[in-house]
Ligand binder design. Sequence first.
Ligand code: IPD
Length: 259
Amino acid sequence: MDAALRAAARAGEILRTYDAPKRAALQIHTKSSAHDFVTEADVAVQREIVAILCAAFPAHRYIGEEEGADGIGDASCPYAWTVDPIDGTTNFIHGKPTIGTMIALLRGEETLLGVIHRPFFGDTFHAVKGQGAFRDGQPLVLRKARDMDDAVICMNLRRGAQRHHDGTVDVRIPACASVENYGCAVESFCQVLLGHNDGVMYDGPHLWDVAPGCLLVAEAGGFERHALRDPADPRGSARCAAAATKGIFERLEAFTFKD
Ligand code: IPD
């Protein structure tokens, strides 16, 4: 945890140097689709995080969002770090403060620790399995929604939606008080961890987008389920449902894990 917190803090230091002029000069490239971006900041921050973790744990492996971390460590080591240097890259490019860095340590499929740092809000969430969840050292208190009619749910609305000839998309959303889409898994999880919102559901992002937040919600007294679509492909797509109460969790789980 000490190494993970140091790495997240360093990521925040670098990200805060990106003021408007520096962001305007960013080299932006696309990855898997026309709206999946990577910038030199994503790559630089991941490199820095991996260097800090690697110095502490040379045998550990990495499941990093950006290139450059595959093949590090000992292939037979059971420990792997997931690293998302900038979650919400589109928000970052647009100059929004809703971005963050996420780090988790896995042993096989089990998440042992999770860290989320929001550089522009200046806060850090951390959890070790079985030891509770904290924001800047203070225990988290989740909201207890009455039922789905009282629940505000975060999800990635656009992802996976089918595009029609007229340029529109249809999206299935759960019946609830409101659905919010921040373009940033960090923000989705943090709104639940802060006790503002009630649940998160994602289908299509990656392990590095969901593992830390799911552990944090569970350790704060909530409920979660997350899984890779193909367990043999740790860099492949994942899905998750996480919520503050069991009732809301079960509704989101049924929605997300229906096939
Ligand atoms: C993305 C964000 C977004 C989610 C995408 C993720 P990135 O992460 O978390 O909210 O809908 O699926 O890929 O690419 O900005 O790190």
